[in-house]
Design a protein around this ligand. Structure first.
Ligand SMILES: [Zn+2]
Length: 79
């Protein structure tokens, strides 16, 4: 069962619910009873950095000291 993260729109209280996919989503904040929104991807390993792009340390891709060099054909810092 996945863990879903929610955050209250009224008080900002964030919490997690461990529930099956067939369960109905949480709609009320356990703290204040306000509306909550579902946070997508957090804590589930959905956020994958550089999954389809080359590693930033690829030789010849630009400035080695620029962290964005791997995703650009040129160094944004001009180096
Ligand atoms: Zn709340």
């Amino acid at each position: 069962m996945p863990t879903y993260q929610y955050q209250c729109l009224d008080c900002g209280h964030a919490f997690e619910r461990f529930q099956p996919m067939t369960a109905s989503p949480v709609r009320e904040c356990p703290e204040c009873g306000g509306r909550v929104k579902k946070l997508i991807g957090s804590g589930a390993g959905v956020i994958v950095r550089g999954g389809s792009s080359p590693p930033p340390s690829e030789p010849g891709s630009g400035c080695a000291s620029c962290p964005s060099a791997g995703g650009y054909p040129y160094c944004p810092r001009g180096g």
